[in-house]
Design a protein around this ligand. Structure first.
Ligand code: PLP
Length: 448
């Protein structure tokens, strides 16, 4: 493909993507293919001679689209938002064109510098304490990770390294292995599975802290476990709090937990993967109170801030804790120019535009409002038992009109309803509720 064809094909692709997104609600939101469907649709080996580009494009509809779950459909209410936006997509295209790999400042100064400034812009939107903002006299700063899972792991590894050094400095007779075997990390029993995975990768014990009736961890619960473990000669070193748990959008009480962690030299990391975007609105910002006690904080603009995947922003209180542990801010060496997406989106929407978007999805479309529109909408009452609710979900999924996923809360099978797509409006939600109600009624009639 030469530049002339690239120009032509590029315009065609932009048209294809715009048409796809503008007409997305006409497609069934989820796929009905069987596992392994794709292999039989394409050759078993790569072509020796070049394929024709027109054929490649035709195959997008033939091969790819049947197996796509349309995350940006207004009828997609599963998992969490993965909202994209046109400015973010254009910035990603530019990133691909520039193709620089910004692993050091010299490898592409703009890549490193824009990222630092964008993390400051976003940190200021969230009203993070000054020590997280690189452009102040603080010792902290921000970095873009690929995912929240990576941020949680980075924080755990940094905490492990910091604790090993601290304990060894005071007890030179202890070997690194001996200290390591005593380290204990903690998180909520409601935390995302990636938190426990971080402890497996980091090869440390992790204990799950029980939650209260709102599925939040309280200070007293963590304190009790720390006391038990210290009495048993173990070394608590890391606690991962969640602001906005995946299942029910619960908020751990970080104003209680933070001082306990600080006093015990326990690194407090905050995972606000999907709810974090909401903190740019002053009315939701109180949910972040207690952030001043955190050693690190992370959320995903790629979930709910119109910056398409991947863009997971992480701030640390002290840069040296991360850089001192790894000589680097992240696990991979290479880094894409992801801050371009943030820059384009922040400038195209402005803070007010982004706040308006959060409010639309989080508040206006919620009737009655459930916090951040995320989860929490329990259809359990509709049909009354776990078995029937499972059947209801199966029928909803098979209908392919709307897409939901379940979760378990206190042994109850819950249908989560998360408003995800940028294009979702009240008419889509009304349609979804009519659909759920109709299927529920049918199910109840059959079972009476
Ligand atoms: N933490 C929470 C609270 C989440 O809800 C999720 C995903 O839904 C994750 C972590 C994992 O996010 P990522 O895919 O960015 O690793």
């Amino acid at each position: 493909m030469d530049a002339a064809e690239f120009r032509r094909r590029g315009r065609e692709m932009v048209d294809y993507v715009a048409d796809y997104l503008e007409n997305i609600e006409e497609r069934p939101v989820s796929s009905d293919v069987e596992p392994g469907y794709l292999r039989s649709l394409i050759p078993t080996e790569a072509p020796l001679e070049p394929d024709n580009y027109d054929d490649i494009i035709k195959d997008v509809e033939r091969v790819i689209m049947p197996g796509i779950t349309h995350w940006n459909s207004p009828y997609f209410y599963a998992y969490f938002p993965a909202s994209n936006s046109y400015p973010a997509m254009l910035a990603d295209m530019l990133c691909g064109g520039l193709g620089c790999i910004g692993f050091t400042w010299a490898a592409s100064p703009a890549c490193t510098e824009l990222e630092t400034v964008m993390l400051d812009w976003l940190g200021k939107m969230l009203k993070l304490p000054d020590h997280f903002i690189a452009g102040t006299h603080g010792r902290g700063g921000g970095v873009i990770q690929g995912t929240a899972s990576e941020a949680t792991l980075m924080a755990l590894l940094a905490a492990r390294c910091k604790t090993l050094r601290r304990i060894r400095a005071a007890n030179s007779e202890l070997s690194e292995g001996e200290i390591r075997s005593k380290l204990v990390a903690y998180t909520s029993e409601q935390a995302h599975s990636s938190v426990e995975r971080a402890s497996l990768i980091g090869d440390v014990t992790m204990r799950m802290v029980p939650t209260d009736s709102t599925y939040a961890v309280r200070g007293s619960m963590l304190k009790k476990m720390l006391e038990e473990d210290k009495a048993a000669g173990l070394i608590p070193f890391y606690f991962c709090a969640t602001l906005g748990t995946t299942a029910s959008c619960a908020f751990d009480n970080i104003t209680e937990l933070g001082p306990i962690c600080n006093k015990e030299h326990v690194w407090m990391h905050i995972d606000a993967a999907y709810a974090g975007s909401a903190f740019i609105c002053p009315e939701f910002r109180p949910l972040l109170n207690g952030i001043e006690f955190a050693d690190s904080f992370n959320f995903n603009p790629h979930k709910w801030l119109l910056v398409n995947f991947d863009c997971s922003t992480m701030w640390v209180k002290k840069r040296e804790d991360i850089i001192g542990a790894f000589n680097h801010w992240q696990i991979p060496l290479g880094r894409r120019f992801r801050s371009l997406k943030m820059w384009f989106v922040f400038r195209s929407y402005g803070i007010q535009g982004l706040q308006a978007y959060i409010r639309k999805v989080g508040v206006q479309l919620n009737d009655p409002p459930c916090i951040f529109s995320l989860n929490g909408t329990v259809c359990n009452d509709l049909v009354g038992s776990n078995d029937l609710n499972q059947l209801l979900l199966k029928r909803i999924t098979n209908s392919r009109e709307i897409h939901l996923v379940p979760c378990q809360l206190s042994g109850v099978f819950v249908l989560r309803f998360a408003i995800c797509a940028r294009s979702t409006d009240s008419r889509h939600i009304q349609h979804a509720w009519r659909h759920i109600t109709q299927l529920s009624c049918e199910l109840l009639q059959e079972n009476h």
